[in-house]
Design a protein around this ligand. Structure first.
Ligand SMILES: [Zn+2]
Length: 515
């Protein structure tokens, strides 16, 4: 008789396995689930050593899979001064002063989540107001939306902003910068912030991974952006116990290095999963490649970043090394290019199937080709929501194109595998925010809550051919679970994001969120 290490019972267990969708109890041995069923039957697997958790009707789902996270940036951001909930400029000054006490003179202080809409003064602070508490340390505080920041005089001086004539630099009547920088001008500062040390990055990554599992996410697709990440990941995988499963996605310029340094360390917790080719950029920066110009310009189409033959050579290399071919393509012209590249690679049966990141601007012909070529699409529902609310995509692309913008409903109807991710830290990490964004979408592309859950579990696991191990709660699969305060399928739409994670189970271990 096998006895369980961990039993969860009295739960509302949504297995995501269509054969037996609902259950009451789960028994876990080691890192695997070995029984899913009812409260009565599970009792035979309990002995003195079994840890038993009574769920009191709480909802259990397979651990969420986030298919697009920038772990290093997220970790760095977590170490910043968090100004969420600040209610006035005075409040910002008090919190900043408190932080400065512990920072050596001259060292940079970064902050985030400034939201002047909720300030008594209803405006952003000026550089002078930051100077009163931080005369000697350069300060940069990013706004909630990430499209503006406020800096103090020390930062203005170090980044030589007075001498620049970027339109995003706000100036007072005398022409002096006020400290408020918007859009592209925020990059003037980003470029001069010193790179973190190796140790700082390691700490940031550990912090990020801890937050990720606490958010109920047990698998991530980690999008690597820089070379320094490879060495840190190598150390992490070699020496550390990972409490989230990592599917690493590297840009093609780091492919050789990643193969050499990381491939030998693959295990249940870590996989060098895919490599990504960038065919175009992003809508907000108008670098997404379109057939027709952006609607508010006559000539601006964006542009392709790579030629087809160059893309095909890279795609062949990725697949010859057994990795997933991933193509970042946002505009319709870029998606066409991505499909051409996939079609011209010399490998017939690709496992896992190739994937397009974003595939934002589509038309019927592109949709049909995506279906025929059996490609999966990775979307970030909170990014989609921001394109509408923050960037006013309808104005920039026009009504007609917006009908088939991120057409998730259309893709699912066609039977295309759609997986979901956060794009954290650009957007909130919390998958429940992404689920709510998916089901609250205006117009014809909204999906059901069950479909949104599929995008974060079953579909995400299928998209990387890992369904045999994860994506649903079934006998023999990894014991990766999330326990929620409420059932998303029985919650009013606008309250889904308020559902909290009670705890996560990763490989049989229980992780509780810290308050
Ligand atoms: Zn991203």
């Amino acid at each position: 008789m096998t006895f369980a290490d961990l039993v969860l019972l009295n739960g509302n267990i949504i297995t995501m396995n269509p054969k037996t969708l609902l259950a009451q109890a789960i028994a876990i041995k080691g890192d695997r689930v070995f029984y899913v069923g009812n409260n009565q039957e599970v009792k035979q697997y309990i002995n003195k050593k079994t840890r038993v958790i009574y769920l009191d009707g709480k909802t259990v789902l397979p651990g969420f899979i986030d298919t697009h996270v920038h772990v290093v940036d997220y970790g760095r951001m977590l170490t910043w001064l968090d100004l969420q909930g600040a209610s006035s400029i005075r409040d910002v000054q008090i919190r900043l002063a408190e932080r400065i006490k512990f920072v050596p003179k001259g060292r940079w202080v970064l902050g985030r989540a400034l939201d002047s809409d909720s300030f008594l003064e209803n405006r952003l602070p000026t550089c002078q107001e930051l100077d009163t508490v931080s005369p000697d340390n350069p300060v940069v505080i990013y706004c909630q939306t990430g499209q503006a920041c406020v800096v103090n005089s020390k930062t203005l001086k170090v980044s030589k902003i007075s001498q620049q004539n970027n339109v995003g630099i706000e100036r007072d009547v005398t022409g002096e910068p006020t400290g408020i920088l918007r859009d592209q001008a925020t990059e003037l500062v980003w470029g001069v912030i010193p790179e973190p040390t190796h140790q700082e990055l390691e700490n940031a990554i550990e912090l990020a991974l801890e937050k990720i599992v606490q958010a109920g996410i047990t698998s991530i697709h980690w999008i690597v952006l820089s070379e320094v990440e490879i060495a840190i990941i190598q150390k992490l995988v070699e020496t550390g116990f990972l409490h989230v499963r990592i599917y690493l996605i590297v840009p093609t310029n780091l492919l050789d290095l990643a193969l050499q340094k990381l491939k030998p360390f693959e295990n249940d917790h870590f996989k060098l999963g895919g490599s990504i080719i960038f065919v175009d950029g992003y809508l907000a920066s108008r670098t997404a490649a379109l057939f027709e110009p952006y609607s508010d310009t006559l000539t601006d189409h964006g542009k392709l970043f790579c030629q087809q033959n160059e893309g095909v050579a890279l795609a062949n290399k990725i697949q010859n090394n057994g990795l997933q071919l991933i193509i970042h393509a946002v505009g319709d012209k870029a998606v066409q290019e991505a499909l051409n590249i996939i079609q011209h690679t010399n490998i017939n049966h690709m496992v896992p199937r190739p994937r397009i990141e974003q595939a934002a601007v589509l038309n019927q012909q592109l949709l049909d080709r995506i279906k025929t070529l059996d490609i999966s699409v990775s979307v970030q529902p909170c990014v989609v929501a921001s394109e509408f609310s923050v960037w006013s995509v309808t104005k920039h692309l026009g009504e007609k194109r917006v009908c088939l913008l991120f057409p998730v409903r259309e893709l699912l109807n066609l039977g295309v595998l759609v997986s979901a991710g956060s794009d954290c830290p650009m957007e909130q990490l919390n998958p429940l925010h992404g689920i709510e964004a998916s089901i609250r979408r205006d117009g014809t592309q909204k999906v059901s809550v069950f479909e949104a859950l599929q995008m974060y579990t079953v579909f995400a696991a299928r998209a990387t051919s890992e369904f045999v191990n994860k994506g649903s709660i079934e006998q023999g699969k990894l014991a990766d679970l999330v326990v929620l305060s409420n059932d998303p399928t029985a919650t009013v739409v606008e309250k889904v994001k308020d559902i909290s994670v009670c705890f996560s189970v990763f490989g049989g271990f229980v992780y509780c969120p810290k308050s």
